[in-house]
Design a protein. Structure first.
Length: 246
């Protein structure tokens, strides 16, 4: 009987060893825990980037997407407020018309971001993926910004130029009105001798930079939601990948 028990014990231990070895080969750690493959992790991060960027672009590329959202609404250049302050005493809403024109231009340009984001997401490498996965809550957004900002600027600016050069009032566009006001102000200041010169004389350049700042803020908000809130993990792979981080 003792010999039989020994044989059974040896067979049992051998079976257990084979089982554990098989688990390791299949990518399993402790029983019940599954280690995600690199491919699954990268696909999950690509999906997170796509969901976050698509949601951000869709939210901004509509009427009042920028204008009615205080988090990203674009105002006139801060250093030019002194000029527009004088206009506020006049019986006109020219200041608000300019602000609305800037935001409408940004809303119109927002859709240009989608194909640029798609290319950057497609180019995500395994190393990029692991850096993002183990990075801070907006690591994916920082990846996108680093890969796309310059291209986005060149895509947004012509659209914003076109919008701001449309007639706003009496044959004058928002861009033209702004430039004339700033030039007149700087001339009156004797080119900065009497009071500080205003250097921001391009409304479209200002609007483009602020539009992109708002875009990436929205992408960052979406990324944080996906990382923190399971409800926003809208695909099975997203759930698997980010559940590992909870």
């Amino acid at each position: 009987m003792n010999s039989l028990k020994k044989v059974i014990m040896i067979l049992a231990l051998g079976s257990m060893q084979m089982f554990m070895t098989s688990c390791e080969e299949l990518g399993l750690g402790d029983i019940g825990e599954v280690e995600l493959s690199e491919e699954t992790i990268i696909e999950g991060l690509r999906q997170a980037l796509k969901v976050g960027s698509d949601t951000a672009v869709t939210g901004l590329n509509k009427s009042d997407g920028y204008y009615k959202d205080e988090a990203v609404k674009i105002f006139l250049p801060e250093e030019a407020q002194v000029v527009y302050g004088y206009l506020s005493y006049l019986p006109t809403d020219i200041v608000e018309q300019n602000i609305m024109a800037i935001n409408r231009a940004a809303e119109d340009a927002a859709k240009e971001a989608t194909p640029i984001f798609v290319n950057a997401i497609t180019d995500l490498t395994i190393q990029d993926g692991f850096d993002i996965l183990h990075g801070e809550d907006t690591a994916a957004t920082k990846y996108l910004k680093g890969k796309t900002y310059q291209e986005l600027y060149y895509a947004f600016k012509p659209k914003i130029d076109e919008s701001l050069n449309k007639e706003l009032i009496l044959g004058i566009s928002a861009e033209n009105m702004y430039s004339k006001l700033i030039n007149t102000y700087n001339t009156a200041s004797l080119n900065g001798f009497l009071f500080d010169k205003i250097t921001t004389n391009s409304l479209s350049e200002h609007a483009t930079n602020r539009a992109l700042t708002g875009l990436f803020r929205k992408v960052a908000d979406e990324e944080t939601l996906i990382r923190k809130d399971p409800i926003h993990r809208v695909t099975e792979i997203l759930e698997k990948v980010f559940a590992e981080q909870d």
